[in-house]
Design a protein around this ligand. Structure first.
Ligand code: M6R
Length: 615
């Protein structure tokens, strides 16, 4: 939440900062602003709302200077407004911040008593006042920032510039992400890599408590213990174009269509059909460790939580290890039964979600071994894990997660096979079969995407709905939850996902001729219809009997379901545990086209942000 970018070098930087903010807008879009240091001091321009508003304001008012900071905001303290937009300036100091300062009210009161006038309702403004105060006492900028940080309690990624020392950016991080970019004769800071990818692919991820002074000549990095620390430079293999729309109207649409490639990259080099086994770079699990696991505890939020529900089915079916799945926000504040025989898996696209990170730390503090399933290399969760399984989805910019979900499922499947082999619950022959199914998956994804026109027609037909239900059973139940989340977050239509067998226990009361119901009615496998399929046919008929309008996702070649549904969408068939990777695609495309038809802001839906780095 909130995006930060900063530059120091020889170039005029205002438009470079705005370009960086454009890549970070997914992190928040309540307001945006830049502060640039020029010959006449600091020049701050801010605007409420989308970045476009800032760009319009900058026409004719482009600040001149070669050092600056920028911010795109997701409001926590204080409504979206020009005054609450960052950067916040006091005296000769300008500050951008991501995070929450818990004791800002006490600090503000003290400063007000000393005559300070505040101009915003934010917690962030406190930094500008505290730092300016310390500078007035005679400290240089790095020391003043350090002194201010000692006074605050909370989370932050912070970037500061000052008229007193106009050649440096001072940054620090505690629980909110920050990455430094190393250029030639110029250096950068940002909340996330895409903001600086056009300028450099050499980055340094800051650790908790890190503090850095950045000039155009270099970076001085100090760790949480106050000691100088060597910056570990990583080369990013994402290219700038990977973070562009490539002719698609929205990032979400592009990312839905990238899923075959993303799955190929996630599976590549890891699954050996010939050997009937999986090789996971970054995971150091061996037979002894896996034999010693008595329980797996998964923690995740949102879409990643839905992927985890399917991950549970995969691991329990294949590796026969009991799995619990918790919403990270709930796990943190109960008394979880986790010990040294627990493997805790944190699942997160961004690797920065505050609740997931907090839960992961909690489980590890109780002795659990920590495995991360993450998309962003070097993210906080990945750094804190004992084992990391990266999903190679590439940058996901659309706020609604799509390719992150399907690659997380592929990662879970790989892990389940590996655990099964190490635990001895899976024979090499069955593993070969599973891995063959996995290898065929990208081709089946391409085939699923070919039904986009049918799905788009269905979306247009139902785009006026007020509510919509999604029903699924077994492996399709998490898909129903995910389909409902996707629809509500981007189209603002009220939607709920249910285990179809639960309908009779309450939700069926909602069914009438105004209630479209999307039923995930795929067969359980290519060779048999299966119990889930048979049961969901019954549920589908119950909906129909009460006048509900059925949109069915069914297996290619099935003639039964289309007879019962008002609209039917075919989907290729595969291994039942992998079917969610295919059946979720029509729900993604359906939500996308409903939202686009309704004219909502698909990539940046209201009130949301891509990375939820506050609790
Ligand atoms: O980065 P994470 O996977 O940890 O994010 C978790 C959720 O915030 C995220 O999945 C969210 O629910 C999606 N934007 C929904 O599409």
């Amino acid at each position: 939440m909130c995006g930060i970018v900063g530059y120091v070098g020889d170039e005029e930087c205002a438009s470079l900062l705005v370009d960086g903010l454009r890549k970070l807008e997914y992190r928040g879009y309540d307001s945006a602003g830049v502060a640039v240091m020029g010959k006449n001091g600091l020049h701050v321009v801010r605007a409420k709302g989308k970045l476009k508003n800032l760009e319009n304001k900058l026409v004719g008012e482009m600040p001149q200077g070669t050092i600056g900071i920028g911010h795109t905001r997701w409001a926590t303290h204080g409504k979206p407004s020009d005054e609450n937009a960052h950067p916040h300036k006091y005296g000769g100091v300008a500050v951008v911040h991501n995070g929450i300062i818990e004791n800002h009210l006490e600090l503000k009161e003290e400063l007000q008593k000393a005559g300070h006038k505040f101009t915003s309702e934010t917690d962030t403004e406190i930094f500008a006042h505290l730092i300016q105060n310390e500078i007035e006492k005679g400290l240089d900028l790095p020391k003043a920032v350090r002194a201010a940080l000692k006074l605050v309690r909370g989370t932050y990624a912070l970037a500061v510039i000052s008229e007193k020392q106009p050649d440096m950016l001072v940054v620090s991080k505690n629980a909110s992400p920050l990455v430094l970019g190393i250029g030639e004769g110029a250096n950068y800071v940002a909340s996330d890599v895409p903001a600086i990818l056009a300028h450099t692919r050499d980055v340094v991820y800051l650790e908790e408590g890190d503090f850095a002074v950045i000039t155009k000549k270099g970076i001085e990095l100090t760790g949480a213990n106050g000691q100088a620390r060597k910056a570990e430079v990583r080369r990013i293999d994402w290219t700038p174009t990977m973070a562009e729309k490539n002719g698609h109207k929205h990032f979400m649409h592009k990312e839905i269509h990238e899923q075959a490639r993303a799955l190929t990259d996630t599976i590549r080099g890891r699954a050996s059909v010939e050997e009937g086994d999986v090789f996971l770079d970054g995971c150091h699990l061996d037979a002894k460790i896996v034999q010693g696991i008595s329980k797996i505890q998964i923690v995740a939020c949102g879409t990643s939580w839905h992927a985890s529900l399917t991950g549970k089915l995969m691991i329990e079916t294949i590796a026969k290890i009991p799995v619990e799945v918790d919403l990270a926000s709930e796990f943190r504040y109960r008394e979880p039964l986790v010990d040294k025989n627990t493997l805790c898996i944190a699942v997160s696209q961004s690797g920065e979600t505050a609740d997931t990170l907090g839960s992961f730390r909690e489980a590890k503090a109780r002795g659990a071994r920590g495995l991360a399933i993450c998309n962003v290399v070097g993210s906080a969760i990945a750094r804190e894990a004992d084992d990391v399984l990266y999903t190679h989805a590439g940058p996901e910019i659309g706020v609604a997660s799509t390719k992150a979900f399907t690659t997380q499922l592929a990662a879970f499947f790989l892990l389940a096979v590996r655990l099964g082999r190490l635990r001895g619950t899976l024979s090499a022959d069955v593993a070969r079969n599973h891995l063959e199914n996995l290898r065929e998956l990208p081709g089946l994804v391409e085939r699923t995407l070919k039904y986009e026109d049918v799905i788009k027609a269905a979306a247009y037909k139902f785009s006026g709905a007020r509510d919509l239900l999604f029903l699924g059973r077994g492996p399709q139940y998490p898909v129903a939850l995910e389909g409902a989340l996707k629809l509500k977050e981007i189209s603002y239509i009220h939607a709920e996902g249910y285990a179809a067998g639960e309908m009779k226990h309450g939700p069926i009361a909602l069914i009438d001729e105004n209630m479209p119901v999307m039923v995930l009615a795929v067969r359980d496998s290519a060779t048999e219809a299966g119990v889930n399929y048979e049961k969901i046919l019954g549920n589908l008929q119950e909906v129909k009997a009460r006048g509900g309008r059925v949109i069915a996702i069914h297996s290619e070649g099935d003639t039964m379901v289309p007879k019962l549904a008002e609209v039917s969408i075919p989907c290729p068939q595969t291994n039942p545990l992998l079917m969610p990777i295919l059946s979720v695609i029509p729900t993604q495309l359906f939500s996308y086209h409903v939202a686009d038809h309704r004219g909502t802001d698909v990539d940046q839906p209201r009130n949301l942000a891509k990375s939820v780095t506050v609790e």
